[in-house]
Design a protein around this ligand. Structure first.
Ligand code: TYD
Ligand code: MG
Length: 457
């Protein structure tokens, strides 16, 4: 009898995807217990096929100036907001992962985009979650052009690749990567090893054939896609689709992009006929009450290349606890603690016996330091129970020695505020025009935190 070929197995962590030759109780990479599962090492995985960049067998060192740069062919996705986040359209042969909570609108977004792209090149929508009938029903309800779009309800990656090799689509959606499975592995669909293997096959197919691939990934409880980070390094771009429950606005954000800038933001609104683009989202994050309220300050932030008017709200309340709470939504909590310390030291205002809650309206996350000054103004406004003067905006970074530091693109921010009818702006001195005026808007330049607090109240 011929010797049976021994199948090799590996042990893969379900959380982080680290791989080991032997079973062990704790993952050495992420420290989680009992997360290793045995997987058969697929023959294909054991001998990785080199995705043939220029089909070279032997690599050699070359002066970069002698290499002509690849120019990327970009495909318009039919949705300008999606194009913007991708960096100007979908790059041919690229693999884009779209992550988000279940029900946020990932399938809707891609169905709309695919229906539009299918008019110009063969496009295939592969669904492992919905039946063809459900997809067709949705396309019909959204009044999408169904003439050219191909669909496939299949979860076996081997069959999917075989179908793609015959149908030769130029764009593929795999919805979702968690439902796909390979017969080379014994693990259940959705496990890290399956997700990784199926994604790897699709990436290889994309690179070999120049097909563009969208992978849909559900975000797990911990906030990662299918066991955190296992896919992020394999794909060319990672986009997150997010939104606040109860709000119809959806934000599409680039988290990684090999072909464009990150932090570019796409804004959509979920309507009864699918996702509508919001081309000028500047003011949608304002809470909309007409009167100035205590604890509420409007700031001008920047997301990618465009300015956004966003409202921060603070609530300061006598704390019943020995350790008062500092809670932030949409901002970094440590930053708030730091700002409160600066306000105490350099503004003489302490909140050590108060709970402080800060929220950014509209479920948006502000990651820049330009929010520092508005946050402190909101906290002080709530503490004093006095609103800022109506139609006031603010921005500026607060330094540890109580100085107000300039932020990039000051003029553009002022312009946006003036355009939306704001009458007064409190800004860092270096960002303020010399005349103290920007159009009809009064601009108050501040250098120290003390000046800012006095100017505001
Ligand atoms: P879906 O695209 O199925 O989400 P995902 O693929 O991310 O899980 O979106 C489903 C939600 O969107 C559903 O709760 C209903 C809502 N929706 C609308 O409000 N209007 C519409 O036209 C469509 C298609 C969906
Ligand atoms: Mg879906």
């Amino acid at each position: 009898m011929a010797l049976m070929k021994k199948t090799k197995s590996a042990y893969v962590c379900n959380d982080c995807g680290a791989s080991y030759g032997q079973w062990q109780g704790q993952c050495g990479d992420c420290g989680q217990w009992n997360t290793l599962t045995e997987v058969a090492v697929a023959a294909a995985a054991a001998k990785p096929a080199r995705a043939g960049y220029a089909g070279q067998t032997e690599a050699k060192i070359t002066a970069l100036k002698n290499v002509s740069g690849e120019s990327q062919v970009r495909i318009a996705t039919g949705l300008n907001e999606l194009d913007r986040v991708l960096g100007g359209g979908l790059v041919e042969g690229s693999v884009v992962l779209i992550g988000g909570d279940p029900g946020i609108g990932k399938s809707t977004l891609l169905l709309q985009s695919m229906a539009s792209m299918a008019a110009h090149q063969p496009a295939l929508y592969i669904s492992g979650e919905e039946s063809l009938g459900q997809i067709a029903g949705r396309a019909q309800r959204l009044d999408l052009n169904r003439d050219a779009l191909m669909a496939l309800a299949e979860t076996s990656i081997e069959k999917i690749i075989a179908h793609c090799q015959t149908a030769k689509p130029r764009i593929i959606v795999a919805d979702s990567i968690q439902t796909l499975w390979s017969e080379a592995l014994s693990a259940a669909p959705g496990s890290v090893s399956q997700v990784r293997e199926c994604a790897a096959r699709l990436v290889r197919f994309a690179k070999e054939t120049g097909t563009s691939v969208f992978l849909v990934g559900h975000v797990t409880k911990e906030g990662g896609i299918a066991g955190p980070r296992v896919l992020e390094h394999m794909v060319d771009a990672v986009l997150y689709f997010e939104g606040e429950s109860g709000s119809r606005f959806r934000l599409l954000r680039a988290f990684k992009n090999r072909f464009g800038a990150v932090n570019e933001l796409g804004v959509f609104a979920m309507a009864d006929k699918g996702l509508k683009e919001v081309a000028n989202p500047s003011a949608i994050f304002l809470s909309g009450h007409s009167q100035a309220a205590p604890g509420s300050v409007v700031l001008v932030t920047r997301e990618g290349t465009r300015p956004l008017l966003v409202e921060v709200q603070a609530l300061v309340d006598q704390s019943p606890m020995p350790n008062p709470r500092r809670v932030t939504l949409g901002l970094e909590q440590n930053r708030l603690a730091m700002l409160l310390a600066v306000m105490h030291r350099h503004g003489g205002i302490g909140v050590y016996d108060q709970d402080v809650f800060v929220n950014v309206v509209g479920g948006i996350r502000v990651q820049e330091t330009a929010a520092d000054l508005p946050v402190l103004l909101a906290v002080l406004s709530s503490l004093k129970d006095r609103p800022l003067a109506e139609k006031t905006v603010a921005f500026g970074e607060v330094g540890l020695s109580g100085e107000i530091r300039p932020v990039p693109n000051g003029e553009e921010r002022l312009k946006e505020a003036a355009m939306h009818g704001f009458k007064r702006a409190i800004v860092p001195k270096a960002n303020a025009p010399k005349r103290g005026q920007f159009g009809d808007m009064e601009v108050i330049a501040v250098e120290r935190l003390m000046d800012a607090l006095q100017a505001a109240f």
